[in-house]
Design a protein around this ligand. Structure first.
Ligand code: ADP
Length: 280
């Protein structure tokens, strides 16, 4: 149990009496500490690529370089710029998600379309990361299964980004030649579960509980190499919560990981309900 912090204030009356006012500021202080941590993290995340970028500019200005060397430096500089761009993009997404509730009117989003888009992205990302080495084995539900999954109520953009994020992480953290399996399963009680299982390095128990925190990474350099901002899972968790869904992670070190999002029945419309409604 944590210590409780109480702020005490003595309010004077003119006649010499005093009123003792006390307030529990534990939560206030915790929120303030979190805010400070966050600002420190953001500053650090921006400063690192900026330092590299400025270093390259100075190199270009001072060293006589061949055209090929100059091109190489410009390429590296572009990568640092893109990294900052992704970071700002993710920060804006996170602040939007935290600042406003899901709009009352929502779309019925086709699960088949969500999965199709994830699949396309995963293949492209795998090709880009493995570059001629053995690609990943990527398995998705087949067309009939995807069709039967029906629709989810919510924001198409947010749902797509959450699902894509989990699948892309599986590709990014699984070495070339490894496998990634995506499922959409009906659950008892009418809910459904989206899951991504990979054959990657897995996550040790001491990290497991923390990896959805903003900027928490198990391996900073691996995350950076594959373009990570450290905000992806925090965004996925928010999107899940906003949709009444739950993000879960199961993993054993050295034995891959399974990330899943469990949607409640109230958010789902199965394909057979759709066709029943269509013929009614
Ligand atoms: P990042 O941009 O660093 O990938 P995320 O929030 O998406 O940020 O993930 C946080 C951390 O969780 C990652 O840095 C990585 O250490 C770990 N992680 C995420 N997905 C996986 C996975 N499929 N296998 C192993 N580790 C993972």
């Amino acid at each position: 149990s944590r210590p409780v912090r109480i702020a005490v204030h003595l309010h004077p009356y003119g006649d010499g009496r005093r009123l003792l006012l006390s307030r529990d500021i534990t939560q206030l202080e915790q929120a303030e500490a979190m805010r400070r941590d966050f600002v420190a993290n953001v500053s650090h995340e921006i400063r690192t690529p900026l330092t590299v970028l400025i270093g390259f500019v100075e190199t270009l200005q001072t060293l006589p370089l061949s055209a090929a060397e100059r091109d190489r430096y410009l390429g590296l500089m572009a990568r640092q710029g893109e990294r900052m761009q992704r970071l700002v993009q993710d920060l804006l997404t996170l602040s939007r998600l935290e600042g406003s509730p899901l709009p009352g009117r929502q779309d019925w989003v086709s699960v088949r379309e969500l999965l199709r888009h994830c699949h396309d992205e995963a293949r492209a990302l795998s090709a880009a990361l493995t570059q001629g080495a053995r690609a990943h084995h990527i398995a998705f539900p087949d067309a009939a299964q995807a069709e039967a999954a029906g629709q989810v109520a919510g924001s198409a953009g947010e749902l797509q980004s959450a699902l894509t994020n989990l699948v892309n992480n599986a590709v990014r953290y699984t070495p070339a030649g490894g496998s990634i399996t995506v499922c959409w399963e009906a659950q008892p009680g009418g809910g459904a579960r989206f899951c991504v299982t990979d054959s990657g390095p897995g996550i040790a128990p001491e990290h497991l509980a923390r990896i959805t925190e903003r900027f928490y990474r198990v391996d900073r350099s691996r995350s950076r190499d594959t373009g990570g901002t450290g905000l992806g899972l925090a965004i996925v968790k928010h999107v899940a919560q906003r949709h009444g869904a739950v993000l879960r992670v199961a993993s054993l070190l050295g034995e891959g990981a399974t990330f899943s999002i469990e949607f409640p029945a109230a958010r789902l419309r199965a394909a057979r309900e759709l066709s029943a409604a269509g013929t009614a």
